[in-house]
Design a protein around this ligand. Structure first.
Ligand code: FAQ
Length: 315
């Protein structure tokens, strides 16, 4: 079949909401765009373990420690599903993680900010997982089957994470004056970086138009960001915290919040590797990879041994 016909048939399947599976024909650009987005997503989950991992040994109670430990482990699991989904597109796990360690691959800008106080753990769960859910719920309907299916479980777990973060913030906001100040300070520092998670404004987005056509993205960056603001502002009001945006106002005509201008200069600086923690994050991944070499070798040797003993039994 001619390439144009293959492409037309492929787009028809997408238009009819038929999932694309790994062995189906797909345009090379579709494959590459998916590798880019799914791997960036996977790297974000893995690097995202670092800011929160920083507080596991300092959680204020056993209950908080257990919940945080479970959350960080969930993020590792999300990374693994996503790497597996990405591998179905013909790239190896080693190639993917190598791109992260060498700085060739991006990961979410949000994880280049430091976690300075315990309230930051509440803010991450509430805002960062909250933003991640808004972005990922539509991805459950994305056109590529393995990515869509991975998102179903990820979203269920992120909902739990968002709840635990909001509960931490609620407790602090209703606590002593010092605790309330700590919660407000965390909200002040994490609010704008959370809005940046959704990516550049639609007018400056490189990939949105094509990704919407392929149904890789089901909503644009600005649509998702607006949804996040509209959902989160009442939550802040409920627990008596103030969103750090003097331009925030309810727009009665559009039935949504108008909000202030994002500092795009800061966003691009962080994306380009000049955020507060970019170097530290990559160094931590390189260290884990180097120091984990013996674990990988041991696992490979065990797998080889198991394979050869099952071959012996079969013969
Ligand atoms: N950070 O043309 P667009 C989580 C890049 S998971 C860094 O609009 P696109 C769970 C973009 O890659 C969080 N770079 O791009 C958790 C592109 O560069 P490229 C991650 C960004 O792909 C919670 C360029 O800018 N979620 O939080 C960012 O259409 C708590 C132009 O941008 C996902 O990855 C950014 N924020 O839209 C874990 C969800 N934004 O590749 C632990 C899936 C944009 O040409 C603790 N991904 N860039 O060199 C997506 O939905 C999309 O990829 C967007 C970006 C919306 C992130």
């Amino acid at each position: 079949m001619k390439l144009e016909n293959l492409e037309a048939r492929f787009q028809e399947k997408i238009d009819q909401d038929i999932k694309i599976e790994p062995k189906d024909w797909m345009p090379e650009k579709y494959r590459k765009t998916h590798i880019r987005q799914i791997s960036q997503h996977a790297h974000s989950e893995i690097v995202g373990m670092l800011p929160e991992g920083n507080w596991i040994s300092r959680a204020p109670s056993l209950r908080r420690k257990v919940a945080l430990l479970a959350k960080v482990q969930d993020e590792a699991g999300h990374g693994l599903y996503l790497y597996s989904a990405c591998e179905t597109l013909g790239i190896t796990r080693d190639e993917l993680t190598d791109q992260l360690r060498t700085g060739k691959a991006k990961y979410s800008s949000i994880f280049n900010y430091p976690t300075l106080t315990w309230a930051d753990i509440g803010a991450i769960g509430w805002l960062v997982d909250g933003a991640a859910i808004i972005n990922q719920v539509p991805l459950q309907n994305t056109s590529y089957g393995p990515y869509a299916r991975a998102m179903v479980r990820v979203c269920k777990e992120e909902s739990f994470h968002q709840r635990q973060g909001f509960e931490i913030m609620t407790t602090l906001a209703r606590g002593t004056e010092a605790q309330k100040e700590m919660a407000q300070d965390a909200l002040n520092r994490w609010w704008w970086p959370s809005l940046m998670m959704f990516g550049p404004a639609d007018k400056d987005s490189t990939h949105t138009a094509q990704s919407m056509k392929w149904k890789l993205k089901r909503k644009t960056n600005d649509e998702l960001r607006q949804q996040f603001v509209d959902q989160t502002v009442p939550q802040a009001e409920l627990i008596g915290l103030t969103i750090p945006d003097t331009d925030l106002v309810w727009n009665v005509v559009n039935n949504e919040y108008d909000f202030g201008e994002i500092n795009w200069e800061e966003f691009w600086q962080v994306v380009k590797g000049h955020g507060p923690c970019n170097k530290e994050r990559i160094a931590a991944r390189v260290k884990a990879h180097t120091e984990g070499a013996w674990v990988r070798e041991g696992a490979m040797a065990y797998a080889e041994k198991k394979k050869s003993s099952s071959r012996k039994i079969a013969s």
